[in-house]
Design a protein around this ligand. Structure first.
Ligand SMILES: C[S@@+](CC[C@H](N)C(=O)[O-])C[C@H]1O[C@@H](n2cnc3c(N)ncnc32)[C@H](O)[C@@H]1O
Length: 222
């Protein structure tokens, strides 16, 4: 894709996030925010949002048709605590941090479920869970926030655990600690396909190693 076309699409996506998505986040309400990165058709997050009405949930995915389908699902179910947006993860998180400025958005839970494993080493850079993603998530989360990762790809599971274990702002939860418990079960289409394999999960916790400035007032007015 020519660079100027790429830049123009990126600018359009950023404008859509700033104008149509971020203003819908209930930042003034001090309500727990949950994010699913790579939400696909939104099966998991729609069920999660229905079971957690006290939280506000956002699902993002690269693919427009998946987001359209997920949005129809949320509308049909009349879920007012759920929105879906077409966005690439690092673009979304970077834009959210910039948009929220001095009143940082604090995600309480982040899910990465059955994200594409990119098995070949030369493609690992495309995996969603990378050190750079954890860097970007750090200022958008407070200590104690949780990251929940599940895959049926054994190599990606080991890779993701190692990425988390080496990152100063995150640590792998000990399976015995209450925070490690998987918060909610609902089988998505992708999970159903993966059940033929052996899905593995871990929970990571934000440590105190990275201390963003304290939230002062809601990010209203952006
Ligand atoms: C295998 S599907 C899993 C969907 C869902 N989590 C589930 O369990 O049903 C992975 C999804 O991640 C999306 N995806 C891949 N890379 C992404 C990125 N960098 N940012 C946002 N979404 C991404 C893909 O478009 C795809 O819909």
């Amino acid at each position: 894709m020519p660079l100027d076309l790429y830049a123009s699409i990126r600018d359009q996506r950023l404008a859509a996030l700033r104008e149509q998505v971020f203003p819908r986040l209930p930042l003034a309400e001090d309500r727990p925010l949950t994010l699913e990165i790579g939400c696909g058709h939104g099966h998991y997050l729609a069920a999660y949002a229905a079971a957690h009405p006290e939280e506000f949930c956002v699902g993002i995915d690269l693919l427009e048709d998946r987001i359209d389908r997920a949005t129809r699902k949320a509308t049909r179910a009349k879920l007012t605590n759920l929105l879906f947006a077409q966005a690439e993860a690092s673009l979304f998180l970077g834009a959210l941090a910039a948009w929220s400025g001095a009143s940082p958005v604090r995600l309480r839970r982040v899910f990465i479920l059955f994200s594409d494993p990119w098995p070949k080493r030369r493609h690992w850079k495309h995996r969603v869970l990378q050190p750079a993603l954890l860097d970007t998530l750090a200022p958008l989360t407070a200590p104690g926030a949780t990251l929940h990762f599940r895959t049926d790809h054994a190599d990606y599971f080991g890779y993701a655990r190692a990425v988390v274990a080496e990152h100063p702002a995150w640590r792998l939860a000990d399976p015995e600690e209450p925070a490690a418990a998987w918060p909610f079960e609902h089988v998505s289409v992708f999970e159903e396909r993966a059940l033929a394999g052996a899905p593995q999960s871990f929970t990571a916790l934000r440590t105190t190693a990275f201390a963003p400035p304290p939230a002062t007032s809601p990010a209203a007015g952006h």
